[in-house]
Write a protein that binds this ligand. Structure first.
Ligand code: AHR
Length: 314
């Protein structure tokens, strides 16, 4: 073979290898996010985006604006585009079978993040990376029971209807509260996980129950921050006249604890990017994963807020 021919052959092999390896590493992941209702959600979105970039993956992002139908459309579009994997933060628990069967048929692994789903066939998703919301509810209930010495009237600001985070946080909390006959949940209503709605619902609670409210349990910090404003506007002192505990442990909650307005917050870590992409890699390598990768949670009290705030990442 002449020198020129073997040079062309080598060049051809090099280009082919390069193209092949590029194809092998050009991984595309679709992320079907719920929306941007809370500071927690924004931190989660950022974590997933940052991790995709760090690992050199292409991320297709969709914001469903709180609507399941938009998430389903996004998943179908990811399937049509032939993504390698899908990350789904499911807005509600039910109604996913059909679209997940379509993803399974297309051999695209689905990794659930943050919230869970209720399906009979758990082979419809690869794994779930999430906190234990029932445990979070139990933690909140235990703290409140001791803070009120086992008796008092509690109002509950629920997260969006049908979301596993709302269902399970209510369940865990109620389990503990029901152990104390003189500790009662006197009102419970959907505050949609937002500050605005949390304030609105708290205003209605105050109008109906006035000075009879001893404590607020909010399924997230944003709603608690809205409730704090409502309590102040009503002429009562949050954190003293009415005790408040919520879930998430975002920066805003630490600031409210430092100001004395919020008594405690249960951590729910939104920085799920690294764990989620570890699962994407396992799935693409054809390996098995546990069905639930649990994020550990703990409780933060206002007494320690000042020393902890500087180390907070969200
Ligand atoms: O599913 C997690 C919950 O959703 C967070 O606690 C809340 O802030 C969010 O919007």
């Amino acid at each position: 073979m002449s020198g020129k021919k073997s040079y062309i052959r080598l060049l051809f092999i090099a280009v082919f290898t390069l193209l092949f390896s590029f194809k092998a590493f050009a991984i595309t992941v679709g992320f079907a996010q719920i929306g941007a209702e809370s500071s927690w959600r924004t931190a989660e979105t950022q974590s997933i985006k940052e991790e995709a970039q760090k690992r050199g993956y292409t991320l297709k992002f969709s914001d469903a604006q709180q609507k399941q139908e938009n998430q389903i459309k996004a998943i179908r579009s990811f399937i049509a585009q032939g993504v390698d994997a899908i990350i789904l933060a499911p807005v509600v628990e039910t109604g996913w079978e059909r679209v997940l069967r379509e993803a399974k048929k297309a051999k695209i692994p689905v990794i659930l993040v943050d919230r869970g789903i209720a399906v009979d066939d758990d082979s419809l998703y690869y794994t779930k990376v999430a906190s234990d919301f029932i445990f979070e509810g139990r933690l909140a209930g235990s703290w409140l029971a001791q803070a009120l010495h086992g008796q008092g009237k509690v109002v509950e600001l629920q997260g969006s209807t049908g979301a596993s985070a709302a269902i399970d946080r209510q369940k865990g909390f109620k389990e503990v509260v029901d152990l104390f006959p003189k500790l009662n949940i006197i009102a419970t209503q959907n505050g949609e996980f937002t500050r605005t709605k949390g304030k609105e619902v708290m205003e209605a609670f105050l109008k109906a129950h006035g000075n009879n409210i001893d404590a607020v349990y909010a399924h997230n910090d944003d709603m608690a921050l809205g409730a704090i404003q409502a309590i102040k506007d009503f002429g009562m002192v949050p954190g003293e006249d009415i005790k408040l505990i919520s879930v998430d442990a975002v920066k805003g909650a630490f600031e409210a604890m430092i100001d004395g307005d919020l008594n405690a917050t249960v951590e729910c870590n939104p920085l799920l990017g690294p764990l989620a992409f570890d699962q994407v890699e396992l799935a693409l390598a054809g390996k098995e994963a546990p069905k639930w990768v649990v994020q550990d949670d703990l409780i933060h009290l206002r007494e320690n807020a000042k020393e902890t705030v500087a180390s907070r990442k969200y």
